[in-house]
Ligand binder design. Structure first.
Ligand SMILES: Cc1ncc(COP(=O)(O)O)c(C=O)c1O
Length: 404
């Protein structure tokens, strides 16, 4: 992509090279790289040959390595093979696709459901299917990047409202009358902040302004609510949400995503969502693992894992607060610790890693400049001794570096 150029001496502007762009990122503390881990995603992983505490995985319930999911995946491969062959509209839909969609619709209490290949694919397919030029989409300022991209792709007018500010959203809904559709879209649990959307108020507003309400519950599904149905269950508004979007690759330990909605909306998405239509569908192993994961979420074991996770999250959050960290309004298993600037944040994560604690520093463009943080995510498989050790290290480094 062309960035600001410089004069090459012949009067022509030459774009910066990719190497220069990468150097810029390094200089600004915004360079990203991947770390290799060995073995499955558990409470501890082996990183560069050394065991570390994993505090940055979305495998909240520990299902990614659960024997029931692995057995289901293996059985499905033996029976149905490794791949799905094409888009379901092209080479046919498999019985496992249908079984998973029926299971998700039952889980969410909706008329139907349709699965997507990832949460990113879901958001960038659903939103442009529902709204287009001439329509309005109201999006929380802290919504996930895939929602922002979905809104931009739709070419509807995007109105971003201040985070969770229902008075501001009301004013914006009043200020933007339309003959077209209105869609309000929000994360159920905000992925970098760990707070929740005020779903009761959002349902009341969408009813009053005759808008559609879509909730991305990537981080609530399987975790929140008495039976793990997510943030809508937690807020008691399951029936008030028009489109429940959720992911299968976080608490559910598998991969993929879904939209659960009325039969009519789901049929419409199958006909209009480009990321569904023009992409090879999820393979049998993933479908079977997702089915096993939902059964687990619905079991006593699932309920016990949710309780354990909630205890771990509360313990860790309270300990961080007592140590003097700003946890940025976290109410869930996502617990950020505010640091501020990018370089300071990355130095912090490096020092934690040296002490055997693997946490991600979150920087722009994921979060606004000056609000960099350590995004800690809790799992049911963590224990309090490890968590207390992590808080102790964070507090010590935080004091030494002036972050607290
Ligand atoms: C709120 C939210 N929506 C969507 C996604 C994308 O989901 P996936 O990882 O399945 O593409 C994420 C994942 O990072 C997320 O946090």
């Amino acid at each position: 992509m062309l960035q600001e150029g410089f004069d090459d001496g012949k009067g022509e502007s030459v774009p910066k090279s990719f190497a220069e762009e990468l150097d810029d990122l390094r200089d600004r503390g915004l360079y990203r790289s991947m770390r290799r881990i060995a073995g499955p995603q558990g409470g501890r992983v082996v990183l560069d040959g050394r065991e570390v505490l994993l505090l940055c995985s979305n495998n909240y319930l520990g299902l990614a390595d659960h024997p029931a999911l692995k057995a289901a995946a293996v059985k499905a491969v033996e029976r149905f093979g490794a791949g799905s062959g094409a888009s379901r509209l092209v080479s046919g839909t498999m019985e496992l696709h249908e079984a998973l969609e029926e299971r998700i619709a039952r889980f969410k209490g909706t008329g139907a459901a349709v699965i997507f290949n990832s949460g990113f694919a879901a958001n960038s397919g659903i939103i442009p299917a529902l709204v287009a030029k001439g329509d309005l989409v109201f999006s929380d300022r802290l919504n996930h990047a895939s929602i922002v991209d979905g809104c931009l792709l739709s070419r509807a007018t995007m109105v971003r409202y201040p985070h969770n500010d229902m008075a501001a959203l009301r004013r914006l809904l009043e200020k933007h009358p339309t003959d077209g559709r209105r869609l309000i879209v929000t994360d159920g649990v905000f992925s970098m902040d760990g707070d929740m959307a005020p779903l009761r108020e959002l349902v009341a507003l969408k009813d009053e302004f005759r808008a559609l309400l879509m909730v991305d519950d990537a981080h609530g599904t399987g975790v929140l609510g008495a039976t793990g149905r997510g943030s809508a269950e937690h807020c008691g508004v399951m029936a008030g949400i028009d489109i429940h979007m959720g992911t299968l690759g976080k608490a559910l330990g598998s991969f993929g995503a879904y939209a659960a909605a009325s039969r009519e909306i789901v049929e419409y998405l199958v006909n209009r969502a480009r990321s569904f239509i023009f992409s090879t569908s999820l393979p049998p192993a993933v479908l079977a693992a997702s089915l096993a994961a939902i059964d687990l979420v619905d079991s006593h074991e699932g309920s016990a894992l949710r309780d354990r996770l909630a205890l771990n999250a509360a313990f860790f959050r309270d300990a961080l607060k007592s140590a003097g960290f700003d946890v940025m309004g976290s109410e869930t298993q996502i617990v950020p610790a505010f640091v501020g600037e990018a370089e300071q944040t990355m130095t912090f994560t490096q020092r934690l890693l040296e002490e055997g604690i693997f946490v991600q520093g979150i920087r722009p463009p994921t979060v606004p400049a000056g609000t960099c943080r350590l995004r800690c995510t809790l799992m049911a498989s963590h224990d309090e001794v490890d968590l207390a050790r992590a808080v102790e290290a964070m507090a010590r480094i935080g004091r030494e570096s002036g972050a607290i």
